[in-house]
Design a protein around this ligand. Structure first.
Ligand code: ARG
Length: 630
C-alpha cells in the first residue's frame, strides 16, 4: 500500500512540469467529501504569477494531468480548485495488495542496538529496554522509508531526586508514540531518557543517605527507598534545619563532581533505586527507552566551555562574551523584558554549570557521536525559550549543521478535572502511579458492565481476566485521551469522558477492534486463510467509504512523521472506526457473514480483516494494546 496523497502529488508535479511551470502541488484531503477525496489549490497561486484567471490555470493543469488510472476525471471547482475522487476499482487494487497474513521479520527491531554506546564519562550503565521484535510485525504492505534517518527522541526525562508525577505523563506517552511511528516507518531511533541525575540536589540527597543509611556504602545494591518523595522531603528538612549538614551537603556536591569514589557509589545507589521506580512505570506503560542522564555529560560540559573559550579568544566581538563574571552566548532576537540583550549563560559567575551547559554538551554528543539527523525534544511548553536559545546557540556556534533538524515538541499541561493544576488534597504533587491506578479502577467498573453479545464478550470473565482487561482499558484510556488532544493546549483529566464507550476514546476504539474480531469468531473465519488473490468488490457506498479510510493510513503516518502530531493518528483511527461502523450497520451498511455470492462475502471479510489490522497497528503505534474481547 502506498500513500494516496503522495501519489496525487507526484501526478500533479508531473502535470506542472509538462506545462513548464514550477509550483507546490498543494494537494490536501478535501474538506467536504461531497466535492471529492482530495483537492489541490495550486492554481490560485500560479494564476497570480502567470497573471491569468485561476479557473483557466486549473483547467490547463487538468488538461495536462494523467490520473485516469486512479481517479475519476478531475473537476475544476469554485474559483480554481481541482477536485480528485479516487476510483473504487483503483482503491480495490491497492488494498488487495496488502498481504493476507501479517508477515513479520522486516521490523526494525534492533535498529538501535548499535549506536547506543555511552559517552566515556557515562557513570550509570545504560538501561536498555528495546522494543520487542514482532511488536509491529504487521506492516500492512507498507514499504520502509526510502531514506532512513537517525533520529534522537528526548522523552520522559524525569529528575531522579523525586518520584515520577503526573507532569511526566505527557512527555513519556507522546515521546513513546513518536518513537513508535518513526521506528515503524523505518528510521533509526534513539529513545533518550535524559534523566536529571546531576546537580546540587544530589549533594543533599547523598549526604542525607550517608547519614541515615551508613550501610549503603558497603552494600549499595541493597538500597531500597520505599518512598522517594518522603526521602526528599526529609533530606530537605535536614538541610534547612541543620547548618552543619547543609555544609556537608555542599561539600558532597564537590566530591561528587570531582569523582570521589565513595561518594559516587552512594550517588549511584540512589540513582539506581530511583530509576527502578521509573522503570516499574515504564514497564506498566509499555514504554521502552534508554537512560542516559545528565551525569553522562559531565566531561562534555568541560568540553563545551573549552570550545566556547576558544571561540571567544578567536572572535573578540563574536557571540561568546563574558558578562558580569559569567560566560555567555549572545544571540540575535533574544531580549529581556526591558529590551536589553538576553544572553544564554553557560558558566555561572561562581564557575558552576547549568541546564544550558548540560544541554549543549548533550546536543554535541547526539550530533557528533550518535550522528543524529533529527533531534526531537518532547518537553513541556514552559521550556520553550530554553530550547529556542539552545537551538539558536548551536547553529550560531556551528555545532548543529543546517541539515540537522532540531525540534522542540512542546506540550501543554495535564490539569485536574477542575481545570486547576493537579495537586493532592494536601497540596502536593500527584504521583503518576496514583493517576494510573485511578484510571484502572474506573475502567474496572466499565469492564464489569453486562456481557455484550456483539463484542463477543464471554458471559463470565474470571477476576484475573477482569483485572487484565481493566488494566489494558485504563491505561489505553489515559494514553488515548492524552494523544488525541492538540499538543500545545492544556487539557483536563476527565475519567468519565476518557472511559466513555462513545466518541473518540480508547474504549470506543478497543470496542471497534473487538467487534471486528468477533465477526471472525462468530463465522468461524480464519482471516489469514482468506484467498490471497480474491478481488475486493466495492459496490456499496459504505464499502467504498471504508476502503478509502483504509487507504488513508499511509498518508496519516506521513503527516505524523512530518508534523509530529499524534492527534492526526487518533483522528484518523476514529474516522476509520466510524466508517466500519457504517459498513457493518444493519440498515445503512451491508451484510458480511450472510453475504452472497461467495466472492462478495470474501471481499467483505477482507475489508473486516484490513480494518482490524489497521486499528491494531494504529493503536499499537499509540502505545495501546488491543483486546480480542472486552
Ligand atoms: N529533567 C528535565 C525536567 O524535568 C527535562 C529534561 C528534558 N530534556 C532536555 N534535554 N533538556 O525539566
Amino acid at each position: 500500500m502506498r500513500s494516496m496523497l503522495a501519489l496525487l502529488e507526484e501526478r500533479m508535479r508531473a502535470a506542472l512540469q509538462r506545462l513548464g511551470v514550477e509550483a507546490d502541488p498543494l494537494v490536501r484531503v478535501a474538506q467536504d467529501e461531497q466535492f471529492g477525496d482530495y483537492q489541490s489549490n495550486c492554481a490560485m497561486g500560479l494564476a497570480r504569477t502567470l497573471k491569468k484567471k485561476p479557473r483557466d490555470v486549473a483547467e490547463a493543469i487538468i488538461e495536462s494531468l494523467d490520473v485516469a488510472d486512479c481517479c475519476a476525471p478531475p473537476e475544476p471547482a469554485g474559483p480554481g480548485f481541482i477536485n480528485f475522487r479516487l476510483r473504487p476499482e483503483f482503491l480495490a487494487t491497492e488494498l488487495a495488495r496488502v498481504p493476507v497474513a501479517p508477515r513479520g521479520g522486516n521490523v526494525p527491531s534492533d535498529a538501535r542496538a548499535d549506536g547506543g554506546a555511552a559517552p566515556p564519562s557515562c557513570l550509570l550503565p545504560l538501561t536498555s529496554c528495546l522494543p520487542q521484535p514482532g511488536d509491529s510485525a504487521d506492516r500492512l504492505g507498507l514499504p520502509e522509508a526510502a531514506d532512513p534517518q537517525v533520529v534522537v527522541v528526548d522523552l520522559s526525562s524525569p529528575n531522579l531526586a523525586k518520584e515520577m508525577h503526573v507532569g511526566h505523563l505527557r512527555s513519556t506517552v507522546i515521546g513513546d508514540c513518536i518513537c513508535r511511528i518513526l521506528e515503524f516507518v523505518g528510521h533509526h531511533v534513539h529513545r533518550e531518557n535524559h534523566v536529571g541525575d546531576w546537580g546540587t540536589q544530589f549533594g543533599m540527597l547523598v549526604a542525607h543517605l550517608r547519614h541515615v543509611r551508613p550501610d549503603v556504602i558497603e552494600h549499595p545494591e541493597q538500597l531500597v527507598i520505599k518512598n522517594l518523595e518522603t526521602f526528599y522531603v526529609e533530606a530537605k528538612a535536614h538541610f534547612d534545619a541543620d547548618p552543619a549538614f547543609a555544609e556537608q551537603a555542599r561539600a558532597t556536591v564537590v566530591e561528587l563532581q570531582q569523582g570521589d569514589p565513595a561518594t559516587r557509589r552512594i550517588w549511584k545507589a540512589f540513582c539506581d533505586e530511583s530509576l527502578r521506580h521509573c522503570h516499574e512505570l515504564y514497564r506498566r506503560l509499555d514504554v521502552c527507552l534508554e537512560d542516559r542522564g545528565e551525569s553522562c555529560y559531565a566531561d562534555g560540559m568541560v568540553e563545551v566551555i573549552r570550545r566556547l573559550e576558544e571561540q571567544r579568544a578567536q572572535h573578540a566581538d563574536g557571540p561568546v562574551q563574558e558578562s558580569q563574571g559569567a560566560l555567555c552566548v549572545f544571540l540575535e532576537g533574544f531580549q529581556t523584558r526591558e529590551g536589553t540583550p538576553l544572553p544564554m549563560i553557560v558558566r555561572k559567575r561562581d564557575g558552576g554549570f547549568n541546564y544550558a551547559t548540560s544541554d549543549l554538551a548533550t546536543l554535541i554528543h547526539r550530533i557528533e557521536q550518535l550522528k543524529a539527523q533529527r533531534i526531537i525534544y518532547v518537553v513541556g511548553v514552559a521550556q520553550r525559550q530554553h530550547f529556542e536559545m539552545l537551538f539558536a546557540a548551536a547553529r550560531r556556534l556551528g555545532w548543529a549543521p543546517p541539515q540537522v533538524r532540531l525540534e522542540h515538541l512542546g506540550f501543554g499541561n495535564l490539569l485536574a478535572s477542575t481545570g486547576r493544576p493537579f495537586k493532592t488534597r494536601e497540596g502536593g504533587t500527584v504521583k503518576l502511579k496514583d493517576l494510573l491506578d485511578e484510571a484502572v479502577a474506573r475502567a474496572r467498573r466499565v469492564v464489569a458492565a453486562p456481557a455484550d453479545e456483539e463484542s463477543g464478550t464471554p458471559r463470565a470473565l474470571t477476576p484475573e481476566e477482569m483485572d487484565r482487561i481493566a488494566e489494558t482499558v485504563g491505561l489505553a484510556a489515559v494514553k488515548y485521551f492524552d494523544l488525541s488532544h492538540a499538543l500545545t493546549t492544556d487539557y483536563r483529566f476527565e475519567p468519565d469522558i476518557m472511559l466513555s464507550l462513545e466518541g473518540n476514546t480508547a474504549p470506543y476504539m478497543l470496542y471497534a477492534y473487538a467487534r471486528v474480531r468477533a465477526i471472525g469468531r462468530k463465522g468461524g473465519v480464519d482471516f489469514t486463510q482468506l484467498p490471497a488473490n480474491a478481488p475486493l468488490l466495492l459496490d456499496h457506498p459504505a464499502e467504498q467509504r471504508l476502503a478509502l479510510a483504509l487507504a488513508r493510513f499511509p498518508e496519516t503516518l506521513e503527516t505524523v512523521v512530518r508534523d509530529l502530531t499524534p492527534n492526526t493518528l487518533t483522528d484518523y483511527l476514529y474516522v476509520l472506526a466510524r466508517a466500519f461502523s457504517r459498513f457493518y450497520d444493519k440498515k445503512l451498511g451491508v451484510p458480511v457473514l450472510a453475504a452472497t455470492p461467495e466472492a462478495v462475502r470474501i471481499s467483505r471479510l477482507r475489508l473486516c480483516d484490513l480494518t482490524a489490522r489497521t486499528l491494531r497497528v494504529g493503536l499499537h503505534l499509540l502505545g495501546i494494546r488491543t483486546l480480542e474481547y472486552m
